[in-house]
Design a protein around this ligand. Structure first.
Ligand code: ADP
Length: 251
């Protein structure tokens, strides 16, 4: 379980995160929402250790600062917004890299490694493009590839930074459905599409100017009042074709 305790971060005299405390529920999908600049990516940068923290973030009771690189990679996988596509890897090769933390330096990938990679490729229906170079796949296929890689990494936790940005609505739904189908993993993601968050996330954290405005079960936390406060936009949450929809008042 991820626990964040009194996380405060300041850069260039600007307070970016102010005393954040959170517990991320195990084996659920938690969405972090909030305005641009509210601090979502900064939290993920702390989790990925791009920004160092001490005594503030714990996984299964252990300060993340005390995990070595290999053990941390076996615990938590990250799907960032973009990766360098130009390095000449194929889809299968990039997914296989996920097995690196398990590899002994003198040996090749094991049968288990190969099975995990095959399973991830199958789960995301990537067989048709598995031998294609990353430069020749679409943005949606790349996102699925990166999530497949995170799955092949065989961690308890997957963290995704805005995984559905820049994808068409068909791919957005496909991707959220795929994440929902992953069992027995804790998934934490930043997300801007509140309707998809309503449908596919279990829990929501709302960040507002570096502070937690509200957190809890999605159906409680995503409400008209919270949206007004977090985004300064009035809205009405209603239902259409059996789905919850949000109608935003255009100013
Ligand atoms: P979000 O992901 O919610 O859009 P970020 O976490 O990227 O927000 O950024 C939060 C705020 O912190 C923004 O206002 C951003 O400009 C600011 N910020 C991030 N890093 C730095 C830095 N190194 N120096 C100054 N300000 C920063």
């Amino acid at each position: 379980m991820i626990k964040i305790k009194d996380l405060t971060y300041q850069a260039n005299d600007k307070l970016i995160l102010n005393n954040i405390s959170l517990e991320i529920e195990q084996n659920k999908i938690t969405g972090i929402i909030g305005k641009n600049g509210s601090g979502k990516t900064t939290i993920i940068k702390h989790l990925s250790k791009e920004i160092k923290s001490k005594n503030s973030i714990f996984i299964d009771g252990k300060d993340i600062d005390n995990f070595n690189v290999k053990n941390y990679s076996k615990k938590i996988a990250f799907v960032f917004q973009e990766i360098d596509r130009t390095e000449g890897f194929t889809v299968k090769e990039i997914i296989s890299l996920a097995r690196y933390p398990y590899k002994k330096f003198w040996s090749d990938y094991t049968e288990e490694d190969r099975k995990k990679v095959e399973k991830a490729i199958e789960q995301f229906s990537l067989e048709k493009i598995e031998n294609r170079q990353l430069t020749y796949i679409s943005g949606g296929e790349l996102k699925l590839t990166l999530i497949a890689r995170a799955l092949a990494q065989d961690t308890d936790i997957i963290v995704l930074d805005e995984p559905i940005n820049h994808l068409d609505i068909d791919y957005q739904i496909k991707l959220m459905k795929t994440l929902k189908e992953i069992k027995n993993k804790t998934i934490l993601m930043t997300i801007h599409n509140l309707e998809l968050a309503l449908k596919y996330c279990d829990n929501i954290i709302i960040l507002n100017s570096g502070e937690i405005q509200d957190s809890g079960a999605v159906e409680i936390v995503i409400n008209e009042e919270n949206i007004k406060r977090a985004f300064n936009v009035e809205c009405s949450i209603t239902e259409c074709m059996g789905e919850k929809i949000i109608i935003y008042k255009q100013k």
